[in-house]
Design a protein around this ligand. Structure first.
Ligand code: SME
Length: 168
């Protein structure tokens, strides 16, 4: 029983540390994008903040929606596939459905595009302008089930900040 209490308190202090980190990162992202309407510049800085501060990830970046495909945008990590047809892979699925894809095991996702063999889990979030998907944010991890509901909520807030920099 006492072990359980200790364990729970360790989990709770770990969650508050993660919470504090996410609050700091959101403030940092707000500060570096404030008053800057250039999408590419903001994507470049956001991918740098995420890649350098989220533990256990091996790629963080954006794909831009151009005609019926996604084209590689600003990112941090290993070189990646340049073009992804809409509806293909995790990124193309997020862009086509306009829904977040949080994948615990990418090898079990039909059509997953393996840019880096080290990746085992992935989260992809659509970026919208006037209701249209203009890009996706993609983050990969070598750890299975790396991305929690809490990570998703944090990243959704990152997307909201990015979208707020875009002129209507
Ligand atoms: N795995 C992605 C492709 C992009 S890379 O991970 C950077 C996908 O299945 O869409």
């Amino acid at each position: 029983m006492s072990e359980l209490v200790i364990e729970n308190s360790a989990i709770s202090s770990q969650s508050s540390a993660i919470e504090a980190t996410y609050t700091t990162l959101l403030n940092q992202i707000k500060a570096i994008t404030a008053g800057e309407p250039d999408l590419i510049a903001n994507m470049a800085n956001i991918s740098a903040v995420l890649f350098n501060n989220m533990p256990q990830i091996n790629w963080a970046g954006f794909y831009l929606h151009k005609e019926n495909q996604l084209v590689l945008g600003p990112f941090q990590g290993q070189v990646a596939c340049i073009r992804i047809p809409l509806g293909k892979g995790v990124c193309g699925t997020a862009a086509l459905t306009n829904e977040v894809q949080r994948i615990d095991d990418v090898h079990a996702f039909e059509g997953h595009i393996a840019c880096d063999a080290a990746s085992n889990s992935e989260i992809v979030l659509p970026v919208q302008r006037n209701g249209m998907v203009i890009a996706v944010l993609d983050i990969d991890s070598p750890i299975f089930s790396r991305f929690s509901e809490h990570d998703q909520q944090f990243l959704e807030q990152v997307i909201t900040i990015l979208e707020s920099t875009l002129a209507a």
